[in-house]
Design a protein around this ligand. Structure first.
Ligand SMILES: Nc1ncnc2c1ncn2[C@@H]1O[C@H](COP(=O)(O)OP(=O)(O)OP(=O)(O)O)[C@@H](O)[C@H]1O
Ligand SMILES: O=P(O)(O)OC[C@H]1O[C@H](OP(=O)(O)OP(=O)(O)O)[C@H](O)[C@@H]1O
Length: 212
């Protein structure tokens, strides 16, 4: 029987994802936080986790290199991948926001410069408001950009607001809510329906119990 491959984001979301799998009786004893292994078999041998960067989950699933993926809605919006998004898992909650120095007026700049890990999301958000922006793609520590004059504002995810606060920045405008989502390869969902559909059903049930 062909193995089912699950692409997981290294870091924050992996642990919670493994808990959901455990709740449906799928164990990954091979998963260790400090391991460098990138392919981890399930104890039953029928599933396999592959550990990838957050933004790459959608790419693996869209191309069928993974049947299933778990990624934040932020990365799914940015990747704009052609996959089925089937379950809101209810963890990894945060939101997208435009942030900057206190009192910054978004209408002040003729062409607003926006530093972000998410240039597509930022461009689309401002386009819908009829505002042209210049995006500056960064790969982390985005909060630095307005402080050192690299950009006017940032578009980033905010959870507790601590990173913004400790760097003297504020939310200027809230954008979208984010949480982890389960996505599935479109063709695979039909060809492997006997395995994938019950799996998705069980995950849905497990998270609805957790969410209450
Ligand atoms: N502060 C946060 N609070 C809640 N969820 C978060 C937070 N930061 C990130 N996430 C969610 O977790 C996902 C993975 O984040 P994580 O920090 O593990 O990876 P990353 O920052 O994209 O990658 P890396 O740290 O390897 O560059 C994000 O895409 C987002 O959906
Ligand atoms: O509102 P908070 O609770 O402070 O969380 C938000 C921070 O978390 C994420 O950063 P991450 O830790 O992934 O680091 P990064 O700068 O490398 O992206 C995000 O990019 C913010 O910087």
């Amino acid at each position: 029987m062909e193995k089912v491959k699950i692409a997981l984001t290294k870091g924050r979301l992996a642990e919670e994802s493994i808990k959901v799998f455990e709740a449906i009786g799928l164990k990954f004893s091979a998963y260790k936080e400090d391991s460098r292994k990138l392919i981890l078999p399930s104890d039953c041998g029928r599933y396999e986790i592959i550990l990838v960067k957050a933004l790459d989950v959608a790419t693996y699933v869209e191309n069928g290199a993974a049947d299933i993926g778990i990624a934040g809605k932020d990365t799914l919006l940015e990747a704009n991948a052609n996959v089925f998004e089937l379950v809101d898992l209810g963890f990894g909650k945060c939101h997208f926001a435009v942030a900057g120095q206190g009192g910054f007026d978004l209408n002040r700049a003729i062409k607003l410069s926006v530093a972000t890990k998410y240039p597509r999301v930022a461009t689309q958000f401002f386009q819908e408001k009829g505002k042209q922006i210049e995006t500056i793609k960064l790969n982390g520590s985005v909060e630095l950009a307005p402080l050192v004059g690299l950009s006017d504002v940032i578009v980033d995810i905010v959870e507790t607001g601590r990173t913004l606060k400790e760097n003297g920045l504020e939310v200027i405008e809230s954008m979208y809510s984010i949480s982890a989502r389960l996505v599935v390869n479109k063709a695979g969902y039909k060809t492997k329906s006997e395995t994938l559909q019950p799996f998705v059903g069980q995950v849905k049930e497990a998270v609805s119990v957790t969410k209450g």
